[in-house]
Design a protein. Sequence first.
Length: 294
Amino acid sequence: MNNGAKILLVLAVLWWGVMVYFAIVEEKKELLQHKDVKCGERPERMYKIRVTRMIGGAKVNVGIWPWQVSILYQYNSSFPFSQHCGGAIINKYWILTAAACVNEEKGKLLIRAGSNSLHVDDASTQQSGVAKLVRHKQFNPVTLRYNLALIKLKTPFVLNEFVYPICVPDYAASGHKYESCHITGYNNQPGEYSGVLQEARVFVMSQSLCNKPEFWNYTVAADMVCAGGFGGGVDGCETNLGGPLNCYTNVEKRYYMVGVRAKATACGEPNRPNIYLKVSTLYWWIQHQMSHSH
């Protein structure tokens, strides 16, 4: 190789390195400035509680909860993708879900957003493969501690009124007074509403109440929160593990992802409220993983 060719090769490598550097810097800048994005901005949902279907809720338009995603799983190449878990968009690159949802090969997962039905691709529907899975290294499948994971999208979502991020609460936001909380997810029961996006209002319970022997008998850790209906019947069930607990604060007029569904047993049973991991307790872990991943 002559000197001219060597110089061109060095310049090409330097140019590629500069382009990669600025791409990483730009992504980190966007991730670290996430508070400037008007995340979670939707009017507070006000309606009477209905006890029907999968989560004790009602069919809802995807534009109401534009951060809700379906995590689909393909058992093998001869099977279609099917509902596996729930999750939420926290920016155009990343999905927040439960660690128990991402113990599969990333090539077998597909992320779907912008639709109120798993069986219909609307004009607003977007989907992406998975570029990277990040499970919390301290996740314990028995105690469910640190049941949190991030999914980096292979193709970033285009943010619009149907596909939009929810806010991730830090320690300060965890002290907000939340006027109402809702769970959202896709109906996994056969029938007319199969695969339909639903919502239900839930009540957040105190740690002491949730840990009473007649409830979860002291198995709910300090970094978890219980939410549901006191009489049961309001639940996301197994295929909505990893789904968001959406709570509205009137101070900022937006929704925060207060919890990630961490437990998916005892579906809809009395005295068995849903258990969610408190997102605020791992806020800095989330920020670190996103800003150091490329």
